[in-house]
Each structure stands twice: as C-alpha cells, then as structure tokens.
Write a protein that binds this ligand. Sequence first.
Ligand code: HEM
Ligand code: NAG
Ligand code: NAG
Ligand code: NAG
Ligand code: NAG
Length: 324
Amino acid sequence: MFMLLIFIINTVLVASADLKPGYYSKTCPQAETIVRDVMKKSLLKEPRSVASIMRFQFHDCFVNGCDGSLLLDDTPTVLGEKLALSNINSLRSFEVVDEIKEALEKACPGIVSCADIIIMASRDAVALTGGPDWQVKLGRLDSLSASQQNSSDIMPSPRSNATTLINLFQKYNLDVKDLVALSGSHSIGKARCFSIMFRLYNQSGSGKPDPALDPDFRAELDKLCPLDVDQNKTGNLDATPVIFDNQYFKDLVGGKGFLNSDQTLFTFPQTQGLVRLYSIDQNEFFKAFVEGMVKLGDLQSDQPGEIRKNCRVVNPRPAPHVLY
Ligand code: HEM
Ligand SMILES: *[C@@H]1O[C@H](CO)[C@@H](O)[C@H](O)[C@H]1NC(C)=O
Ligand SMILES: *[C@@H]1O[C@H](CO)[C@@H](O)[C@H](O)[C@H]1NC(C)=O
Ligand SMILES: *[C@@H]1O[C@H](CO)[C@@H](O)[C@H](O)[C@H]1NC(C)=O
Ligand SMILES: *[C@@H]1O[C@H](CO)[C@@H](O)[C@H](O)[C@H]1NC(C)=O
C-alpha cells in the first residue's frame, strides 16, 4: 500500500545519447538523402532559406544543447524560444523544417528527431552553397520543453565585442578558433537594419558611427538603413551572400563587416590573426568551420527527450495510469 507505482505509458528516453555517423543507416537509410533533397528544393525556391536554417543550429545548440527546443511553438503554458530576444522577427524558414519532417515521417515514421534534422540540414546548407561537406553525428532526441527566458539570457547581441563572444563561446567548450570560424557562417544570409542602427548612428552611445567601418561601406549602409527606415529591411551579411566562401573574412579585413559582432573580430587583437588567415586561406577556414560545427553539434541536453512527430509540438501524452 505504501508503494505507488506510476507507469507513464510513453517513450521518454534518456537524452544524453551516443551520437554517431550513420545512426539511421538501418532504421531510415534514406534519411540524409531526404533532408538534402528538400534543402536543394528550398535553395532553388529561395536562396536565403538555407542560411536561415543553418542559423538554427547555433540558436538550438546553445540553449540547453541540440534538442530541437528552438522549433517548439508557444503554447498557453510554455513560452518557446521563437520569440526570444535574438529570435523574434528574425529566425525564419521554419516551414522548410516542417517539410523535411513530413517527408521523413512518410518514409520512416517516428524515427528521425527534429534535433537531428537541424544538424543535417545545416550541413547541407553549407555544402549546397559551395562550402565544405562533412559527416554528421546523429542520434539526438527532441526536448519536451523550451524556455524563452533561457534563450534570451544566452544568445549574443549583434552589439557584442570579441571579448564578450570569446567568453561566451568558452562556456560551450568552443575556443577562439571555433568562434572565428563559426562566425564565418555569416558568409551566407542577411540581417536587418535593426541589428546595425546603433552601429551606424550611436556606437557605444557616442552619437557617432563605428570608427571601424570603411567610409564607402558606411555610406552604403546609411543609404540602406537611414534613421527613419523600416528596421525589418535587410542587407547582405557579406558581399557574396548566397555563396559559402571566405569573402566574409576579406570583408572584415576591409572594414566591411555588416554586424558589429563581425567587425570586432578584426579590430580585437585576440581574433585578428585568425580573420587574416581565413581571409587568405579558404581551406583553413573550411577545415576550422567543420570542426566548429561538429563541436557545436556535440552540445547535449541532460533532459529527457523523445522523437517528435511534429517539430512544432511535443508529442501528446496519454493520461498517466496509476496502479496500486
Ligand atoms: C558569434 C556570435 C554571433 C552573433 C552575435 C550573431 C548574430 C547574428 C545576427 C544579429 C544576425 C541577423 C539577425 C537579424 O538581423 O535578423 C545573424 C544572422 C545569421 N547568423 Fe549569426 N551570430 C553569431 C554566430 C552565428 C553562428 C555560430 C552561426 C551558425 C553556425 C550563425 C549563423 C547565422 C546565419 C546563417 C545568419 C543569416 C540568417 C538569415 O539570412 O536568415 N551565426 N547572426
Ligand atoms: C533553463 O536553464 C536552466 C538553467 O540552466 C535549466 O535548469 C532549465 O532546465 C532550462 N529550462 C529549459 C526548459 O530548458
Ligand atoms: C566588451 O564588451 C563588454 C560588455 O559590453 C564591456 O564590458 C567591455 O569593456 C568591452 N571590451 C572592450 C575592450 O571594449
Ligand atoms: C545614444 O546612446 C546613448 C547611450 O545609450 C543614449 O543616452 C543616447 O540618447 C543615444 N543617442 C541617440 C541619438 O539615440
Ligand atoms: C518588424 O515586423 C514585425 C512583424 O511584422 C513587427 O511586429 C515589428 O515591429 C517590426 N520590427 C521593426 C524593428 O520594425
């Protein structure tokens, strides 16, 4: 009578999983091909979308590990990460992840996690736009919850300087080299005027623009983002925004980084050498980028997880059966 056994009829598994390449080779051998095919279609339909998806890996993995928590929609009881400070009006292309998930559920229902979809799709975004291709480790589980507060507390602002970023990345076992290489993800994609207004008009409260900006580039940005602009308007993160290459680093050396957090990697001595190196040696950049992405993907959640059926919602839980 003292023993109360509660059986929750469900498949909640321990989250900390053994990640490995080819994790789905028996259970869903087509998984990686399916993801890449949808990503190819998405690239053709809207080139920016693959960059938008690659960004998910950063925003998912930094908040409680790579657990697909980013993909959960808000519910009446849980505020998810989509509306967190760094994500609201900014993260996009969630519908492409939905499309990938639908195709995977058709081929092998209940097998491939949303967390793994982010990892595969991010790799594909890079490979399909001219960057390196690599083997990804898989076997992650999807979270049962999300926290808007945690995301807002963790994700860095575009105002950050290199020192702040070095310290942040260090907490995730990512060193200075990882930080600089991973920032090279800004070789593809766009950002809003919202993210650079302070830099153009009031850097560090000075009432002046960021002195590190090349004057011609600043004139361009002033035109793109005048003081009264709709701050949702976007500009390219580097001069070749649909090609994954080392142009981003060449731009930084020339004072043409879009975000303050980008340009600071060149102005701060701790990171300047790596920016110079990657600006002249694309192979070194690619090598370091792959290493960084693998380390980022290794960040794990210590919470229980599941394989979600729909990436936007936690699987429905049947009422617990209470047995005496
Ligand atoms: C180092 C610290 C980082 C900061 C401060 C940062 C900040 C930002 C900001 C502010 C934007 C534009 C948001 C907007 O205006 O709507 C952006 C875009 C982007 N970020 Fe980062 N980011 C960082 C690192 C990373 C990492 C590590 C990755 C991927 C591994 C990444 C991938 C991207 C991509 C691909 C875009 C373009 C997305 C699109 O076009 O929709 N970023 N980032
Ligand atoms: C938010 O972060 C705290 C502190 O790291 C952690 O204990 C908690 O589980 C996180 N919440 C979610 C929903 O991930
Ligand atoms: C970098 O940013 C932090 C946080 O805003 C600030 O405390 C620090 O003084 C900055 N470092 C430099 C060298 O500007
Ligand atoms: C610039 O920033 C400073 C400090 O954040 C603020 O006090 C000032 O009002 C700002 N100036 C303008 C023109 O927005
Ligand atoms: C951008 O658009 C969203 C949604 O349409 C709107 O709510 C928001 O206020 C706009 N943001 C800025 C900075 O103008």
